[in-house]
Every structure is written in structure tokens, then in C-alpha cells.
Design a binder for this molecule. Structure first.
Ligand SMILES: C[S@@+](CC[C@H](N)C(=O)[O-])C[C@H]1O[C@@H](n2cnc3c(N)ncnc32)[C@H](O)[C@@H]1O
Length: 489
């Protein structure tokens, strides 16, 4: 049976390279595809692989965001004579199967180089060097019946381009990957976005990591503007989310587009899904603090996809549940503003993994970002849970010395009272809070409380100085309340 396997070229976009292997493994796992690697250089923009059939190869292409196109391999060589020899042999030995393509009405040959520029004249010369191919149709550059690609790869280092290509490859285009979705779901044209909306490419990669498929129930507990719901719904998931920020969930927060002064009345997460034809997949979003779970024991999610707050561009806060020893002077009709406290990231991730262990179905996946300072990185700082196995871990470098990792966990142990006993203790997750580290890279560590007190002291000082100058200090809190009210009018 092995002889029937076919060889393919996977031609990738050279972007988010660290996510490529993880995405590939997730997709083959999702569809139960069989494959064999023929090349080991996974950082190169092309891989040579074997699939048992075109159907399996096409299934992979039907989901991949990293993939530009998939081609049926005709020839691969490291030197020109070797390449042409291989191509001639392939055409001779597979004449019958290839006949229809060579006899197609119209065709196109694309010449693509990596790490070297070819002039149009050089490209034409490359095509003419294969004049032994029995092509009969006419050239059609816009809409050809058959498309072949001729690829030359000159390594990854732009400062050390070799004189001759390392790899020369030729193949027939079978299908394109799903990169068109990046443009289709672009934040530039999305109805409702915020400062921390996840870009379309990463959102789609996350949905692939989570193996979202038709009919899945997908949850984002830090939903914000719902970018992760958009990609999950695009792959057929039924989506729901929650967020602590009432104004954000009601799309009444300050607009993040420079050109926009006030938000449109019809901005919402539902409107985003409608924009992409996925409204039927929208279940709901609710205002909720993640540290106070509200879910019924019987709910079970197929996947949880989320980007928790890092405490840099948005606060990491939770609703305070401390008992107040003072006499309660409140009456039932009084408005209640619950106090909040800092939700330290180690605790947030402990809660997130606990939540996933409890509410994911067996085999379901948690896909989440984890921010860190690059100097501190080692695998021991990654959140762990006895019920979850870390199956993928890809890095995206951010500004300064910071980065974040896209972590993919799979639930492999059913959650019960007994197994829950084995969960890690609080101490096990006590690592430095990312926010503290971010704002204290050089100097001594200033805790969040100390910084708050210092800032409050500064404000008070400013207020006193204004009064001395005979000026009335502005009530910023009242101003903010008025602004918020106005956003709902
Ligand atoms: C990084 S943003 C998520 C952005 C989102 N992925 C999007 O595309 O818009 C993190 C979100 O977590 C929310 N958040 C912060 N603390 C929370 C808590 N305790 N419970 C629930 N949500 C919280 C913030 O309001 C913010 O919207």
C-alpha cells in the first residue's frame, strides 16, 4: 500500500514560523490524516511530505493558515542536471496520469525564488529550460486550467546567499491554503474592535490549535471584542464568551480607531459575526468575573480559546470577595459598585487551567497566550495541571525583551473529586507576575499596591497645589461617569 502514497510540496508563508509545526500537527490530528516528512528542515518555507491520497492532502489545505499552497511534487534536486533528470524521469514514468494535465486547454508556470530575486527574463529562461515537458495548451496567466510552480530556494540567510540554489523543485498546484481568510477577517474592516483585539491570522491559528470543527461549543472567558469567537465561528464552532468589562461587552468603550470619535450604535460582537456570515454560530456573551465561576457542573466545552489580560494594556482585576467587618449601612435600593483587586497572573492561569480541567470534554483543548520576560523563560514557568497535557508551545516575540507563547493543552484525565485532589498547590504556580516584571526590568521591584499609593499621593499633591493657586480641581471620577452615561444615550 505504501507505494500508493504521493509526494507533495507544502509552500508556507514565512511568517509566524514557530507556529507552523503546531498548526500542521493539530490539523492532521483533527482529520486523522496520515503523513510522512520527506524533508527535515521545518523552518524552510517548503516541506516535502507524503500523504496517502490527494483527498488527505486537500483536507490539510482546507484548514491551514500557514500554508500558501500545496503542490503535487514532480521533481526535487540540489543541482540543475539532477533536477532536470528527475523531472524527465517523472514525466516518463507517470505519463498516463499526467497526460490530462499536459493536454489541458490552458496552463501557467510560476517561477518563485526564495532569498534571491530573478528578473522577468531570467524567469522566462527557467521556464524554457523545461521545454521537454509535453505541454500542449495555451498560456493563460489569469485563469489557467493547470498551474505548475518552479521553485528555487537559496537558504534563509539574506547575508549569505549561495551562488546556486540549495533546492530546485517543480510541481503541480493542487490547492491554496486558507490565507485568504486573513484578509477576509482583517481587523481593518471589522465592525467592532478594541485596543487588544487579536489579529485575524493569530486568531485563526488559535482556532486550528483548538481543532475547532463544525458544531463544537467554544468558550472565551476573556472575550473582549470577540476576535477569537470570530475565527472559531468561521470554522463552524458555536461560540460564547464572558468578560468583566461591561462597557467593552456592550461596545460602549472608547473607540480605538483614530478616525472614530464615538462608537456606532450597532457595534457589537454579534455584529462582527454577522459581518462574516456566522451569526447563526453566536450563542451569547455575558459580563462575568472569571475568578468567580458561574457555570453549571454539567456544561462541557469542546474548546476554550482565550487571551487573558497581561496587565499592560488592560487591567488584570477581579471582583473582591473579602468579608467587610464594618456594619452594613446599605439599603436594598442602593447602587452597588463591587470593589476590585489585582488578579495576579499566576493565580489567573491557575484558575484558567483548573477551569479547563473541569469544563472541557475529555480530549478538548485549551489554547491560551502566556506572556513572559524572555530572560526568565524556561519550561518550568509554564502553567501546568494534572488533567491537562501541554501539546504545543509556540513563541511570538513582542516589544523589548518580552514575548508570549501560545500554549495548547489537551484534557486527558476525567475530572472528579478524587483526581482534583492531585491538582498542583497554590505555591506551585507562584512565579513573578508579568506586569511587575514588565514595569520593573531594571530597578528595584515596586509592587502594584506601592505604585498605586505613590500615584494616589502624587494626585493628592497636585490637587493641593491647584487649590493653593486658587483653582478648582476637576472631579475626574464624576467626569468619567458622565462620559460613560453619555455613551449609552
Ligand atoms: C487581552 S484582552 C482580550 C482581547 C480579546 N481576545 C479580543 O480580541 O478583543 C483581555 C480581556 O480580559 C478581560 N478581563 C480582565 N480581567 C478579567 C476577569 N477577572 N474576568 C473576566 N475578564 C477579565 C478584560 O476586560 C479584557 O477585555
Amino acid at each position: 500500500m505504501t507505494k500508493l502514497w504521493k509526494k507533495y510540496i507544502l509552500w508556507f508563508a514565512q511568517e509566524h514560523v514557530d507556529f507552523r509545526v503546531a498548526e500542521f500537527e493539530s490539523i492532521v490530528n483533527l482529520f486523522g490524516l496520515k503523513f510522512r516528512h520527506l524533508s527535515q528542515q521545518l523552518l524552510n518555507p517548503f516541506w516535502l511530505v507524503e500523504f496517502p491520497s490527494d483527498e488527505q492532502a486537500l483536507q490539510y489545505a482546507s484548514r491551514s493558515i500557514a500554508l500558501r499552497s500545496i503542490m503535487e511534487l514532480y521533481a526535487h534536486g540540489h543541482k540543475m542536471p539532477e533536477f532536470h533528470e528527475q523531472l524527465k524521469t517523472h514525466v516518463q514514468t507517470n505519463g498516463q496520469q499526467l497526460e490530462a494535465f499536459f493536454k489541458a486547454e490552458t496552463f501557467k508556470v510560476t517561477v518563485e525564488t526564495y532569498n534571491k530575486h530573478f528578473s522577468q527574463k531570467e524567469k522566462v529562461a527557467k521556464i524554457e529550460s523545461m521545454d521537454y515537458l509535453p505541454i500542449e495548451g495555451d498560456v493563460n496567466l489569469k485563469n489557467p486550467t493547470v498551474e505548475w510552480w518552479y521553485l528555487e530556494f537559496y537558504g534563509l540567510d539574506p547575508t549569505a546567499v549561495p551562488a546556486t540554489a540549495d533546492d530546485i523543485i517543480f510541481g503541480r498546484v493542487l490547492a491554496q491554503g486558507q490565507r485568504h481568510l486573513i484578509k477576509e477577517l482583517s481587523l481593518k474592516t471589522r465592525k467592532f474592535i478594541g485596543n487588544t483585539s487579536m489579529d485575524a491570522q493569530l486568531s485563526l491559528l488559535m482556532a486550528n490549535q483548538a481543532k475547532v470543527c463544525d458544531g463544537d461549543l467554544v468558550f472565551d472567558p476573556f472575550v473582549g471584542t470577540g476576535s477569537l469567537l470570530v475565527s472559531a465561528a468561521k470554522f463552524g464552532g458555536y461560540v460564547l464568551g464572558s468578560d468583566i468589562d461591561f462597557m467593552m461587552l456592550h461596545a460602549r468603550c472608547r473607540p480605538s480607531r483614530i478616525s472614530q470619535k464615538v462608537r456606532d450604535k450597532d457595534e457589537s460582537i454579534r455584529a462582527n459575526l454577522k459581518q462574516y456570515g456566522c451569526e447563526q454560530r453566536y450563542m451569547d456573551v455575558l459580563v462575568a468575573d472569571f475568578s468567580n465561576p458561574l457555570w453549571h457542573n454539567r456544561i462541557s466545552f469542546d474548546s476554550i480559546i482565550t487571551d487573558p489580560p497581561y496587565g499592560i494594556r488592560e487591567a488584570t482585576e477581579k471582583v473582591e470577595s473579602k468579608h467587610n467587618p464594618k456594619d452594613v449601612t446599605r439599603t436594598a435600593d442602593m447602587v452597588h459598585y463591587p470593589s476590585t483587586s489585582h488578579y495576579a497572573l499566576p493565580h489567573l492561569y491557575r484558575d484558567l487551567l483548573d477551569f479547563a480541567a473541569k469544563y472541557l470534554r475529555l480530549g478538548g483543548r485549551l489554547v491560551c497566550w502566556f506572556p513572559f520576560h524572555r530572560e526568565d523563560y524556561n519550561e518550568a514557568i509554564l502553567p501546568q495541571h494534572t488533567h491537562l497535557r501541554l501539546v504545543a508551545n509556540s513563541e511570538q516575540i513582542l516589544a523589548g525583551n518580552t514575548a508570549r507563547r501560545l500554549l495548547t493543552y489537551e484534557k486527558y484525565l476525567e475530572y472528579s473529586e478524587e483526581t482534583a485532589q492531585q491538582s498542583p498547590s497554590e505555591d506551585a504556580v507562584e512565579t513573578t507576575d508579568f506586569r511587575e516584571r514588565y514595569f520593573n526590568t531594571n530597578g528595584a521591584l515596586e509592587t502594584r499596591t506601592v505604585r498605586r499609593m505613590r500615584k494616589a499621593e502624587q494626585r493628592e499633591q497636585g490637587r493641593r497645589e491647584m487649590e493653593l493657586r486658587g483653582k478648582q480641581p476637576v472631579d475626574v471620577r464624576a467626569q468619567k461617569c458622565d462620559l460613560n452615561k453619555a455613551r449609552f444615550d
